[in-house]
Ligand binder design. Sequence first.
Ligand code: GLC
Length: 406
Amino acid sequence: MFIHWGLYAIPARGEWVRNKEEISVEAYQPYFDEFNPTRYDPKKWARIAVDAGMKYVVLTTKHHDGFCLFDSKLTDYKSTNTPAQRDLVAEYVEAMREAGLKVGFYYSLLDWHHPHYPVDGRHPMRNNEAMKSEQRDTGKYVDYLHGQVRELLSNYGEIDVLWFDFSYDNMSGQTWRAKELVEMVRKLQPGIIMNNRLFSGHAAAAAEGSGMQYGDLETPEQIIPSAGVTDKAGNPKVWEACITLNNNWGYARDDHNYKSPAQVVRMLVECVSKGGNLLLNVGPDAKGEIPAESVAILERVGQWMRINGQSIYGAGRAAELVKPDWGRYTRAGDHLFAHLMDRPVGPVAIDGLPGKLKKARVLADGSEVKTSRPWNAAPDQANDFLTLRDARLPDELDTVVELFVR
Ligand code: GLC
């Protein structure tokens, strides 16, 4: 579960609101002065994540607006100085751990509040001539960024995931003093998984070419790459797609453009079938609640996960099989799963396993799916088939059938 939460939950027009509406630090200040999430209950967030079948959580400790949900010694622009008066990150870490979830920190490399972050074309004050001509020293900002990462990775125990966001143009790689930063991260948290966004794109990482592994995973955003993510030689890379439930990361009151539970299940299966993970976002409101619409979708997804999780956890591509017309395949060790999403006419052809299909069972209830070759298959169709009687699939979200192969 990806969680985007901060002051922007009050204007409730998404986490880029300062940028889109060119809001100055001063004009944004009222949100800081009133930030008081009285229903913030990270244990409840953890329950929602666990019930949805999620295994790890990543929270925005600081987003582009620079506001910190943690008690940083390096700034006053933090939750402890708002009416909330608390280190919200500390409570989050404790609740997630207690629920058995892996704990992740998102940290924004951009900072539209810091006096030394350049007023560039992506800054909310990009049209403010006076601010554009100010003398700013990016190095000072980078010191601050390193200091905050040190705090986050020193003060909250073991952290499982560090999720930087993001690099662009020359705000990338060595501008962040990435080598030094990564060395510090690895030293403070040797077991951490770190994403790839200290660099803008593969090219930049390659150009840097110090032989060092800067990031452990690729992060396609709002897209699932057609063939997963591979290196230049075509070898699969570790990746995680980050995707919103509606159209925004941060809370957006009037955005009801939610994906259906079936869409969410299918995008999860698509990621797994291509060797990736899914980091699915929620944007809690100003009181601290995950929107009810999001919770309802996640509950439905969770029902599906409880009976079909075996085809997802620790699973990945079934490399020997091509994507079928009716859905997708996933494999977890010796277990091969057919995910039936579209009911084909008549019998379901299982290509690529000629004569090897021994039996098939619906994963959800263990029931038999007949595997005989139907009378009406064309003579040149020497494939195996699943025989379904009903016009509809038993589970219209995705009926998972385990295939047992000789
Ligand atoms: C982007 C956006 C941001 C969001 C992130 C999640 O790069 O700037 O608002 O946090 O993607 O991947």
